[in-house]
Write a protein of this length. Structure first.
Length: 624
């Protein structure tokens, strides 16, 4: 396969801090590479140099294969807040479209709409300023994928995406015949997409073919071999040391070369490889936790007519670990702010009559129901956007404890570093330390995996598994959730929250079982109609249940609810068929513009209807 990229002798430093020095590597066509390195070692800087956004300090050489198209996804997407989604992408990609003829331009716009629809952004005219952070990320990724570039360079593509969006992107990248270099902390995403792991470690590049597990095994083997070689060098050094001490005459004349070799050996012998990792031992432990944590009774919250929480009742228990999942904008962060009491009176109204009287003039949300918090509750809340550091403050200004800072990988020479000069991962690590050192007994982590490197995440997981308080995690990281939580709150939209006992992978398997059951039911119905048209539609639900294609249920719904459940299953099948047909017609490239617009709008309606009906189906089928 041809070489798409050759790197020779590139370096990057910021002041006295050397990120990497004189590194080189090669990327071939078809490689899908995950770049792994600790925070602050220059992953983003390296990608920016490759994308032409920055330059190497040492010159060096960066050679791409002639005529290949390159697309770069940065962590932050530059956009005009007043632009509509489609207009933003078209204006942002002017360099790409300037040489296109009318037919190519039409095809490019069609591809954009297909990706936006796949990412559940069917309203192409919606203004960028109205989008959530996750939705902005989906716009940026849609622009990249629609370009049909040969070589994709992606910096943390899953940050701020919900799990549905991650799985959509994951599926596309797995099937695509593209070459890929990306930085990611998402281990499931890495395993499912990449065929190579590239590690940047202490100024050197190491390449491992295979998945994340293979990388861990081979890396451990590499370090063990390095230390074994160091032991051999020490034995040689011991003999040389004896010679150096033997006689004064041995240190003169023709033996000078041995003296030089001795000093080289001494330096090599001192290089035992020990990985420095974050230590949570000194922030372990919690404040005393009483029997009451947070009790919610019939809690609802809405802005105008839009519900973010609807009749929610739950008492949080000591030591439980709950994960919170759902689409961007479903109300996850709002829920956390409500139960922790972070919303101030100017943001929330608790008087329904006053709220109704003020009508649209009231910019607050309406909160009803009861939320009680335990007297001994000490909350540690790690927010997505909770870092409010002064960029001119030093690391020591933020945490005045040199020992703890050292345990969180802030050595003495970094203590005077200004926060504004730290990498995103280093700031996140410092922020996490400020939360944990208070020893909370209720720890809430809102998207904790964003910007943290994989090594830190693994150590954080081990700490959280032993955390002796109550833990609430809002996350899109499937691996992180699977390792830690006992059950999930699934945010279904319109304020509906479902409690699922088990890991995220078990939840996805549950949903896939349902989808498989739907397909089996549809197939059975068609078969029955062909054999006996008079019996069409009769007995097929029971047939599907008896065959084991639907998940087992603890209790059956009432007769009326059972009929509703049957109708919901038929509706969902019909909507799925209609959506597939519309997507096929959009992909054909033959639809006129007005029909394309109508089809895209209808797909958006179908997605909304499907979500509503799946929520109701889940409610009925899981009825206790």
């Amino acid at each position: 396969m041809p070489s798409y990229l050759q790197i020779e002798n590139i370096s990057k430093s910021y002041g006295p801090k050397v990120l990497f020095e004189h590194i080189g590597f090669n990327i071939n066509e078809g490689d899908k590479i995950a770049l792994i390195a600790p925070n602050g070692t220059g992953k983003t800087s390296l990608l920016r140099i490759l994308a032409g956004k920055d330059s190497s300090d040492s010159g060096g050489r960066i050679t791409f294969l002639k005529d290949i198209r390159i697309a770069f996804l940065e962590q932050e997407y530059d956009f005009d807040p007043e632009s509509g989604i489609l207009s933003q992408i078209m204006s942002h990609s002017a360099a790409l479209t300037s040489s296109m003829d009318q037919e190519s331009l039409w095809q490019y716009e069609l591809r954009i709409k297909q990706f936006l629809t796949g990412f559940k952004l069917p309203d192409f005219s919606k203004k960028m300023k109205e989008l959530s952070g996750g939705e902005v990320k989906r716009v940026a990724i849609s622009e990249m994928l629609a370009s049909e570039a040969d070589f994709l360079i992606m910096d943390e593509p899953t940050n701020h995406l919900d799990i549905d969006a991650i799985e959509f992107l994951e599926g596309w990248l797995t099937r695509a015949r593209c070459t890929l270099l990306m930085v990611t902390h998402d281990r499931y995403f890495l395993d499912n997409v990449c065929n190579t792991v590239m590690e940047m470690d202490r100024g050197a590049i190491y390449v491992y073919k295979g998945n994340y597990l293979n990388y861990l095994e081979k890396r451990e083997e590499r370090i063990a071999n390095y230390n074994a070689e160091t032991d051999k060098v020490r034995n040689i050094l011991r003999r040389e040391l004896e010679w150096m001490r033997s006689t004064p005459q041995a240190r003169t004349g023709k033996a000078k070369y041995r003296i030089d070799a001795f000093h080289e050996l001494a330096e090599r012998a001192s290089q035992v490889r020990t990985d420095k990792t974050v230590s949570f031992a000194d922030v372990a432990g919690t404040s005393r936790l009483g029997t009451k944590i947070i009790n919610c009774k019939d809690v609802s919250f809405r802005y105008g007519d839009k519900y973010y929480l609807s009749h929610f009742t739950y008492n949080f228990q000591r030591y439980e670990k709950v994960g919170i999942v759902g689409r961007n904008g479903a109300g996850k962060s709002t829920f956390i702010n409500l139960i922790t009491g972070n919303y101030t009176p100017d943001m929330v109204c608790t008087d329904a009559e006053e709220y109704a009287e003020r009508g649209k003039e009231d910019t607050r949300g309406l909160l009803t129901g009861v939320i009680e918090r335990g007297e001994s509750l000490k909350i540690g809340y790690y927010r997505q956007s909770g870092m409010s550091f002064n960029p001119e403050d030093t690391v020591l200004d933020v945490v005045n404890d040199t020992y703890l800072l050292g345990r969180f990988l802030f050595p003495h020479d970094m203590l005077d570093s200004k926060v504004g000069r730290l990498s995103g991962g280093e700031r996140r690590r410092l922020y996490l330390l400020t939360i944990l050192m208070r020893k909370p007994n209720l720890l809430i982590l809102d998207e904790p995996t964003n910007d943290l490197d994989i090594v830190t995440l693994n150590i954080l997981e081990e700490y959280l598994k032993e955390f002796s308080g109550t833990l609430i995690i809002v996350s899109h990281d499937r691996h992180f959730l699977d390792r830690l939580v006992d059950h999930l709150f699934v945010f279904c939209g319109d304020g509906v929250i479902k409690d699922f006992t088990g890991s995220y992978s078990e939840y996805r398997a549950y949903i896939k079982d349902y989808e498989a059951g739907q397909k089996a039911l549809a197939k059975a119905e068609k078969s029955s109609e062909k054999k006996n048209p008079a019996s069409a539609g009769k007995g097929n639900l029971r047939q599907g249940q008896d065959s084991g294609t639907l998940p087992a249920r603890k209790n059956k719904p009432s007769y009326k609810e059972q009929r509703e459940l049957e109708q919901l299953e038929k509706d969902l099948e019909s909507l799925a068929a209609e959506k597939a047909a519309l997507e096929e017609s959009i992909s054909s490239g033959t639809l006129p513009y007005d029909k394309l617009q109508q089809a895209s709008e209808r797909i958006g309606e179908i997605i909304t209807l499907t979500d509503e009906k799946e929520t109701r189906w889940l409610e009925l089928s899981c009825r206790q």
